[in-house]
Design a protein around this ligand. Structure first.
Ligand code: SF4
Length: 206
């Protein structure tokens, strides 16, 4: 489709877009890249998000096949085609009831069963232990200190989306300041959807 021809989102370019993704999607990306697999809820959460950022059905199948079948201990292409191809096509409305499934918003993500061991779905601000969350936030570029503590505090209080919005502001602080200095307006409403986090981040880069 056109999405693949204009150089926007392809199977190969998805990892380079992680810097624009909220922590929930970053975690799923890290998970699929290290395990060459994702369990059901994780597959759904990430694949619908990727659909929302403009990954076409064709490129999505390539993305998942590459992730699931490359690297040590990964499955064969035959097994991928037999057991997994259908579900990814299904998410694009190409199988079954042909429903055009929408990317999940934060509320939907928070309403799903919580991740158990070896699962990466859900909202990390709710589902990660404090230490793990602090670790992930530092990987996103937040320094240890008051700001990081603020985010952890918000998570402890159950204000997951506020925590996520705060992280967005901290990660993109310089760019937001530049825009404001130029007299541009910046959307400061709360993050309620992972795809909103992504498009806002992409907008700040352009
Ligand atoms: Fe993802 Fe929403 Fe949680 Fe942010 S608040 S990490 S976008 S589920």
């Amino acid at each position: 489709g056109s999405e693949t021809n204009d150089g926007s989102v392809t199977a190969e370019s998805v990892p380079s877009l992680m810097k624009h993704m909220p922590l929930c999607m970053n975690r799923l990306m890290q998970g699929v890249m290290s395990d060459h697999h994702l369990k059901y809820q994780g597959r759904q959460q990430l694949s619908l998000f990727l659909k929302g950022i403009g990954l076409s059905a064709e490129e999505a199948l390539r993305f998942w096949q590459i992730q699931f079948t490359s690297g040590p201990g990964s499955m064969s292409i035959e097994r991928f085609n037999k057991e997994y191809k259908y579900t990814f096509r299904h998410n694009y409305g190409l199988e079954g009831g042909r429903i055009n499934y929408k990317p999940w918003d934060c509320r939907t993500i928070l309403s799903k069963p919580r991740p158990s061991k070896n699962e990466y779905h859900g909202c990390p601000y709710r589902d990660l232990h404090r230490d793990q969350l602090a670790d992930q936030l530092q990987k996103m570029g937040l320094d240890q200190g008051a700001r990081l503590d603020d985010v952890l505090e918000l998570s402890d209080r159950g204000e997951y989306q506020v925590a996520c919005t705060k992280v967005f502001e901290l990660v993109h602080g310089e760019k937001i300041d530049t825009l404001l200095k130029n007299g541009d307006t910046v959307d400061e409403t709360s993050i309620t959807h992972p795809n909103l986090y992504y498009s806002r981040s992409l907008y700040l880069e352009s």
